[in-house]
Structure formats: structure tokens, C-alpha cells
Write a protein that binds this ligand. Structure first.
Ligand SMILES: NC(=O)c1ccc[n+]([C@@H]2O[C@H](COP(=O)([O-])OP(=O)(O)OC[C@H]3O[C@@H](n4cnc5c(N)ncnc54)[C@H](OP(=O)(O)O)[C@@H]3O)[C@@H](O)[C@H]2O)c1
Length: 396
């Protein structure tokens, strides 16, 4: 009897230690460990520390160091959605890491110009600080192609022509522009919003990539790299994000199919970020607000920093394609969530239904987009108390 109790206690202790050590992992393990390898081992120097890094456990880690990405050195990347958030941070970190030329897109020309300036400054200071292989590296060249992803085929055609006029060819296309939606799936205004969201998050990125691949002769030249910024909601689903989630599922499905068909010349990295601390949730960083979400009511506490997210995306971009065709970039419980969605769909469905109904209830009662686990548990506790109170009243 005592031995059984001892064994159980040891098992519980071991499980607790394992859970505590695994909880801070913020990407699928291959990417997590490859990122450590790239940022510590390849860089090998002290040039990559970014001041004011607020990533908790990651605070002692290096941000993406200059000269640590020979695979990107001198190349040209076209980033959509580069005027704020993940896209802007990606551009700046790529510039530091040694990319040769950046084409930046979004609708807000002013913001794009200032991101371009920050990229040139980051590139110049990385060159000056002398990271590995940065000796005679020229400062990144930048250009801005402002256009609206909901503008239709003609707008996309001229965006591709403009991008190729500024840069002789594009090596990497980062499809990052996107718009968030948060409202019940039966809301009346979704009838009108659905086509617009599908166009921005799915149809236009696909058409843009197809036009670029044709115009820039990727297949003929036997080269090409597309980075698709999808979402964890492109793998699982949850209450309130029906159309956003559908658009991200569609986006990932198209590009993973394309990658399977054109493996000989095309590299596709589909990135699934979890909640990241950008203005996407409130629409504060973009000229168009998040659909359905009342401003300033999103819960920030469970979100990854935008710097860490961009760093992990770049680590995936420069890693071997066979390992990173789909990567998960998220704090826990997001990682656990996507593992369950991928490998244990029935348990996932059960849990996501419970969490989803709590999230829906909080959205209806308080107008908040609750993602933080303790907030959801607290709400569950309130619901249980309310249920008991009603039960007591009905029996008295
Ligand atoms: N933040 C997260 O938690 C999270 C999680 C998973 C996935 N993602 C994905 O990450 C990507 C970047 O989002 P973010 O978090 O960095 O949000 P953000 O700061 O709001 O950035 C969104 C970007 O998309 C651009 N954009 C939006 N609508 C556009 C349109 N109609 N035409 C052209 N560009 C448009 C915006 O530029 P303009 O306003 O200048 O047009 C902006 O640069 C999105 O695809 C999003 O779905 C984000």
C-alpha cells in the first residue's frame, strides 16, 4: 500500500517536472531546437542580443543575429502586410540577417516607407557591428509597392509588375497580409463580410503568388520560395472565428497541395502562428478594424511577442525544407491545442467545444475576445456558481 502511494507520488512529481519544462516550448520541437542551433551555434558571437526583449523564458536568448542566414544573403524578399505587426518585424529582422533587397507591401504607404527606413537602419547597423560574414555587406535595398489585397485581379497584376520593376526578380514571397474576424458564425453581417475576408486572406494571396510565379518565370528557372503566414486557426477551429479560420484552412490547403505538385522547384513554408501581440486583434495597427471585434477588448496576456514570432519564422525559412514545410509558432496552451487538433481530434473537439462556449459567452456578455486560460477558467467558475444559485432558488 505504502509502495503504491510512493510510486504514484513519484509519477506525479515526474509528470509535473516534465510539464513544467515542456510548457515554455513555443514552437514545434524541430523548429524550437533548430532556432536555438541557428541563433546560438551558427551565429557563434555576441552580436545578436536585442535590448528590451520581453519574452520571459526566451529573454536570455539571442534575437536573429546578423550574418546568420547565408541562405538569405543577397536575396530579394517580397513581404505583403509589411506595414505593421509580424510583416514589419519580419522585414526588419531579415534586413539585420543580411537579405539583399526587400519589397514591402500593404495599403498604408506612409507606414511602409517608415518600415523601409527602419530596415535600412537595421541592415546598416548589423553591417557595422560585424556579425559573421557581414564584412563588406551592402545595406539592404528597399522598395514600397502599396496596394489593396481586396482590389481584384487588375490590382494584383499591377502590383506584380510594380514589384518586378523595382526588383529584377523575387526569390522569396512572404504572404503575410491578413484580416481577423471575431463574431458568431450566424451573425447577419457575415453575409456581406464573408467574400471580402476570403478575398483578402485566401483568394488574393493565391492569385498574387500564381501571377508572380508566372511573370518571374519561377518554374522555368527551377526556383521559388513562398512563405505562407496562416494561423493555428488554419489547423483547428474555435468559436467566433468561423470565416477567418475557413480562409486560413483554404490558404494552407492550396499551398501545401501546390508544394506537393511542384516539389522539384518550389519551396513552400506554411507557418501557423498562435496569438501574437500585434494590432490585428483590435485593428489598431491596420487601416481596417478587425471584423466583429469591439475595439480595445482583446485579452493580451497569452500572446507571443511579435519579435519572437518573426525570429521563429525566419529560422524556419532558412532551415531544411524537409523539416519545415509546416511550422507551429505559439506559446502554450496553443502548442498543446494544435497537437490535439492534429493528433487527437476527438479530445480536441470535446475541449474546444467547452472552451468555445466559454469564449462565446464572454464575448456576448462582456464584448471581450478571451483567450487567456485563467480568464476562461474564472468564467467557468462563475457559470458553475450561477448554475448552483439557480438550482438552489428553484428548490427553495
Ligand atoms: N497576430 C496574431 O495573433 C496572428 C496569429 C495568427 C496569424 N496571424 C496572421 O499574421 C498575419 C499578419 O498579421 P499581424 O498580426 O501582423 O496583424 P497586423 O499588424 O494588423 O498586420 C496586418 C497586415 O496586413 C495588411 N493588410 C490587411 N488588409 C489588407 C488589404 N486589404 N490589402 C493589403 N494589405 C492588407 C495590413 O496592412 P495595411 O493596413 O497597410 O493594408 C498589415 O500590414 C495575418 O495574415 C494574420 O492572419 C496573426
Amino acid at each position: 500500500m505504502t509502495k503504491t502511494i510512493q510510486r504514484r507520488a513519484i509519477t506525479i512529481a515526474l509528470l509535473t517536472v516534465a510539464a513544467r519544462s515542456l510548457w515554455p516550448i513555443d514552437a514545434n520541437p524541430l523548429l524550437f531546437f533548430y532556432d536555438i542551433y541557428v541563433t546560438r551555434r551558427i551565429a557563434g558571437g555576441g552580436s545578436g542580443v536585442v535590448e528590451g526583449d520581453d519574452d520571459g523564458m526566451m529573454s536570455s536568448r539571442r534575437a536573429f543575429p546578423p550574418g546568420s542566414a547565408p541562405a538569405l544573403e543577397g536575396k530579394t524578399a517580397w513581404i505583403t502586410g509589411a506595414s505593421s505587426g509580424i510583416g514589419a518585424e519580419l522585414a526588419i529582422q531579415l534586413a539585420r540577417a543580411g537579405i539583399g533587397r526587400l519589397v514591402l507591401s500593404g495599403r498604408r504607404r506612409g507606414e511602409l516607407e517608415s518600415v523601409a527606413r527602419m530596415c535600412r537602419e537595421a541592415s546598416a547597423s548589423a553591417s557595422a557591428s560585424g556579425g559573421r560574414g557581414t564584412g563588406a555587406r551592402p545595406v539592404v535595398r528597399t522598395s514600397v509597392v502599396a496596394f489593396d489585397m481586396s482590389g481584384g485581379p487588375d490590382v494584383l497584376d499591377s502590383a506584380v509588375s510594380d514589384a518586378l520593376r523595382d526588383a529584377p526578380s523575387i526569390d522569396v514571397l512572404v504572404l503575410n497580409a491578413g484580416r481577423y474576424q471575431c463574431q458568431p458564425a450566424m451573425d447577419a453581417d457575415l453575409d456581406a463580410l464573408l467574400p471580402e475576408l476570403m478575398r483578402i486572406n485566401f483568394e488574393s494571396p493565391v492569385l498574387l503568388a500564381r501571377r508572380l510565379m508566372r511573370e518571374d518565370r519561377w518554374r522555368e528557372d527551377g526556383r521559388g520560395h513562398v512563405v505562407v503566414v496562416s494561423s493555428l486557426l488554419g489547423r483547428g477551429t474555435t468559436a467566433l472565428n468561423s470565416v477567418y479560420s475557413a480562409s486560413k484552412h483554404a490558404l494552407g490547403a492550396y499551398f501545401l497541395t501546390l508544394a506537393a505538385e511542384e516539389r522539384s522547384w518550389l519551396r513552400v513554408d506554411v507557418v501557423l502562428p498562435g496569438p501574437v501581440d500585434t494590432g490585428l486583434w483590435r485593428g489598431t495597427s491596420s487601416s481596417a478594424p478587425a471584423i466583429g471585434l469591439p475595439p480595445l477588448h482583446a485579452d493580451d496576456r497569452s500572446k507571443m511577442s511579435v519579435r519572437r514570432c518573426a525570429q521563429l519564422i525566419i529560422s524556419g525559412m532558412i532551415g531544411p525544407n524537409s523539416l519545415f514545410y509546416e511550422t507551429w509558432v505559439t506559446n502554450n496552451p496553443g502548442l498543446l491545442w494544435v497537437y490535439l487538433a492534429s493528433y487527437e481530434p476527438n479530445t480536441f473537439r470535446l475541449l474546444t467545444n467547452i472552451v468555445g462556449s466559454l469564449r462565446l459567452d464572454i464575448w456576448r456578455k462582456r464584448g471581450e475576445d478571451a483567450l487567456y486560460l485563467p480568464t476562461l477558467l474564472l468564467h467557468l467558475w462563475e457559470c458553475i456558481k450561477e448554475w448552483f444559485r439557480r438550482l438552489l432558488i428553484s428548490h427553495l
